[in-house]
Design a binder for this molecule. Sequence first.
Ligand code: DGY
Length: 317
Amino acid sequence: MVRKSKRSLVQLPTVVLTHPLFPEIVRQELEPFAHIILAKTPSALKKALPKADGVLCLLTDQITSRELDRAPRLRAIANFAVGVNNIDLEECEKRGIRVANTPDVLTRSTAELALALLLACARRIPEGEAICRKDAFSGWTPDYLLGLELKGRHAVLAGPGRIGKETGALFQALGLTVEYLSRSSSSLQIRQALGRAQVLSLHFPLTPDTHHWLDSKRIALLPRDAIVLNTTRGPTVDEKALITALQKKRIFSAGLDVFEREPRIPAALRKLPNCVLLPHVGSATLQARHAMARSAIQGILGLLNGQRIPNEVKLKK
Ligand code: DGY
């Protein structure tokens, strides 16, 4: 990649950032190699797109044919996320625009958060914490705030990718048994696995075939003491059906880091004691987020330079 200097200024690509990310990392790793336009709002992005050779965006930015139509020079997009459901990959492929994401670097952080949700659900930690904060702890009794012991329970991980596997390893370390479902599992395999899923943890990427993968019919197959965890994308679960199941105590609990219409969290869900809710923080560790910034920057520069890069997203046919 060409470095900024007085003589080479004209050759540098223009990269539109939809968020300043971590300014020190951007200053050191992107600024020397690109003209940067910061476009933090949809209208700023609209204005910047005609000049963009590359776009480095967040999972909250929708990159559809509408945005691509405004970007005739665009050659590369890097998503600051491993999930790329916010980008129309087919349109990108048609137009010869290459796409990168940030896999691997957030695997451990996201798996650790799934584990934290599991423990929080099983031991009703937010309920207990809220009691203490309200000064409502009225004394120890034998049947107070009973939860579930996890050792020996059976976990089904829907999605045997990097994060699913890492989460499975953490669950195993805790003494759970684990099995995996893939997108190609047969409906019989899915039904049987759900019937024994005392823990069901979702890890599928969001695609048309995983939209509402966990629906009311599948929830009905779960054991009554099941804990459902979602750290991938909200729409993989039919949120309404899950709320109904939690309201009727059809399952024990749910730990949700993601929601169907983020950042909106339905009031009905917020009122329920038998769920643990987090604001999409799976990868929110300093280590992961810094590494994601570096990975996205290397991705956009590599693609603009015409290189083969390990984190290029290929359309699954
Ligand atoms: C991702 O990378 O897809 C995550 O959801 C970000 O936390």
